[in-house]
Unconditional design. Structure first.
Length: 98
């Protein structure tokens, strides 16, 4: 199988682009979070930093886990967890307790 180096570069760049987009989205969401939960600048920083901590833990743990159960199965499990979490958030009746 021939590896297209340009495709690998583009996909890697898209990963960085999406990560930057997520950081931009969380900064916009902080305005609405402050309406419900008053946050000072330190706790706002903790909210944004939690994304970084999650990325570090996820990237550090995904390698050994994918070696153990396989990449395809790991991606499937992660997709199922993401879909279930999204459905819980979308279908929950009382948004205040989320």
């Amino acid at each position: 199988m021939k590896v297209n180096k340009s495709l690998i570069f583009i996909l890697g760049a898209l990963g960085g682009l999406l990560y930057g987009y997520d950081n931009g989205v969380i900064s916009g969401a902080l305005l609405f979070i402050n309406d419900d939960i008053p946050l000072n600048s330190f706790t706002e920083g903790l909210v944004v930093a939690s994304m970084l901590v999650g990325a570090i833990i996820g990237s550090g743990g995904s390698g050994p886990l994918s070696d153990r159960i396989g990449r395809r199965r790991l991606v499937l499990i992660i997709a199922i967890v993401y879909i279930v979490g999204s459905l819980i958030l979308a279908l929950h009746k009382i948004c205040r307790c989320l």
